[in-house]
Design a protein around this ligand. Structure first.
Ligand SMILES: Nc1nc2c(c(=O)[nH]1)N[C@H]1C(S)=C(S)[C@@H](COP(=O)(O)OP(=O)(O)OC[C@H]3O[C@@H](n4cnc5c(N)ncnc54)[C@H](O)[C@@H]3O)O[C@H]1N2
Ligand code: MOO
Length: 459
């Protein structure tokens, strides 16, 4: 990450559309670039990490022509000549097993018994599966049902991956399939980008840490768990900085610590116009920070900016460790040596638990993917028929929590999870999709097609 970002819009400017927010966030992060550090890991340790450079194929995969079926390998040119295939009789002169090629001399009309994966003997290019063969005697076969063409049931050398070609491009997330593909090239390790370090804390006088005694007016911190869960799912290195009360000095101190330790600081709460919203005033002092109002529900407010870190020399490993809050998770303590000198990207989410999660999915997730150097495309919404009427006010994007299901009639429909308040966190648990109703959309009638984003793989 390099050059600092200068916000384009003024603080407290007009309400933005969700599209404008995505675009502005993306261009701000483009000026920073993705994290630069890389590490080389054994394949399985690299699961879900982001590939740091293109991987070229050192070999062809498969490395040789081989059989796709158990059967008999023969010269496909015989099919073009009389007699017709059904009358064709072949002499079986040997057996080729996977890992044990047959190497002998063949004469016209000879065939080889061959197993799936075995190397095709030289001069033979076609395989007839044994189900389509009639055994004549110990040495001969005939084709029982031969709808074959030359080259059938043969897998060509390099048909999966060609030597010298790009097997996986930089930015690819290493899914199980991608790991398998790297292994198929004979590779044992892979170079990936370092994990993105994300510091998280919740804000609010009313927020109780888990295990704390209940008290009047207080609620337990749920955002710290839902948001950190989302961060972990994305493969971020999470620094848990606990809960910060609505107290300006404490907030400032925690933000400064976070900006020295992390690439990204994620917070929840205190960014709307409430009386105790000190985060807002504080952030404006620490760096170029904008407070956006977005035409969406839930998730109307969002703070975005850059915080300059405290000079690294001032933050030694020792004071970085002692600076961590008493209740902070062990991951933060383990990372005390990971002091950064770059400006930290600040993303302040609204406090309401559903708003925080929805804003994360819509804006924080793509931002983090960009900083991680991932080339992953945005999830594609599907069109599904509404099972019930959906109330929708035009002029803002609504993200309603939905359940996509298949009825007895085989039709796929979507209904809401019930009450849609931005504090109803149970709606995020029962949902398997987010119904995305765009700005122009008005009330939805049953049977009308709506866009849904499946949550599988996202949360
Ligand atoms: N006069 C206005 N009031 C509000 C506006 C507005 O535009 N004008 N916006 C509303 C919207 S929309 C949202 S969203 C919230 C966002 O406010 P904040 O980000 O300042 O969040 P808080 O006020 O701190 O908290 C809101 C709500 O969420 C609960 N909360 C906060 N943190 C947590 C946590 N870690 N775990 C569980 N619950 C949490 C908090 O107790 C509040 O109930 O503002 C509206 N108001
Ligand atoms: O954006 Mo707020 O989420 O409507 O509650």
């Amino acid at each position: 990450m390099n050059a600092p970002f200068q916000p384009a819009a003024q603080p407290n400017a007009q309400t933005l559309t969700t599209g404008q927010v995505l675009q502005q966030l993306s261009s701000m992060l483009q000026t920073l670039g993705p994290v630069t550090g890389t590490e080389t890991l054994p394949l399985l340790d690299a699961l879900d990490r982001i590939l740091a450079q293109d991987v070229l194929c050192p070999v062809n995969v498969p490395p040789h022509d081989n059989s796709a079926m158990d059967g008999y390998a023969f010269d496909g040119a015989l099919l073009a000549r009389p007699p017709c295939a059904q009358e064709l009789q072949l002499r079986v002169v040997g057996t080729a097993l996977a890992g044990r090629p047959w190497q002998g001399r063949l004469q016209a009309g000879d065939c080889i018994k061959i197993m799936t994966g075995a190397v095709m003997p030289e001069g033979l290019d076609t395989v007839v599966p044994h189900e389509q063969v009639r055994i004549v005697d110990d040495e001969h076969i005939r084709f029982a049902a031969a709808r074959l063409q030359a080259g059938d049931n043969r897998r060509l050398c390099g048909e999966d991956l060609r030597q010298g070609a790009v097997a996986l491009a930089r930015g690819q997330r290493l899914t199980p399939a991608a790991l398998g593909l790297l292994a198929s090239l004979g590779l044992v390790q892979v170079n990936v980008r370092r994990r993105l370090r994300v510091a998280y804390f919740s804000t609010g006088d009313e927020i109780l840490a888990p295990g704390a005694s209940p008290r009047e007016g207080a609620i337990y911190d749920s955002n710290r768990f839902s948001l950190q869960g989302l961060l972990r799912r994305m493969g971020a290195h999470v620094l848990d900085l606990g809960v910060v009360a609505d107290e300006p000095a404490a907030l400032e101190e925690r933000l400064r610590e976070a900006s020295a330790l992390a690439d990204v600081i994620l917070t929840s709460g205190g960014i709307s116009a409430g009386e105790a919203d000190h985060t807002r005033a504080m952030l404006q002092r620490l760096g170029p920070v904008q407070f956006w109002r977005i035409a969406m529900r839930p998730g109307r407010p969002l703070a975005v900016g850059l915080l300059q870190p405290r000079t690294p020399a001032l933050l030694t490993e020792k004071n970085a460790s002692s600076a961590l809050p008493a209740g902070a998770g062990s991951s933060a303590k383990q990372s005390k040596s990971l002091v950064t000198s770059h400006p930290a990207v600040l993303l302040g989410l609204p406090g309401n638990p559903v708003a925080a999660m929805v804003s994360f999915l819509m804006f924080v997730r793509p931002a983090l993917l960009q900083l991680m150097g991932s080339s992953e495309a945005a999830p594609v919404p599907l069109q599904v028929a509404a099972a019930e009427p959906l109330a929708k006010r035009p002029g803002r994007t609504e993200y309603q929590r939905g359940i996509v299901e298949r009825g007895a009639d085989g039709r796929t429909t979507v209904r809401t999870t019930g009450p849609q308040g931005s504090g109803v966190l149970s709606s995020m648990v029962s949902a398997n999709a987010i119904i995305v109703l765009d700005d122009a959309q008005a009330d939805v009638q049953p049977g009308e097609m709506v866009s849904v984003l499946l949550l599988d793989g996202l949360i």
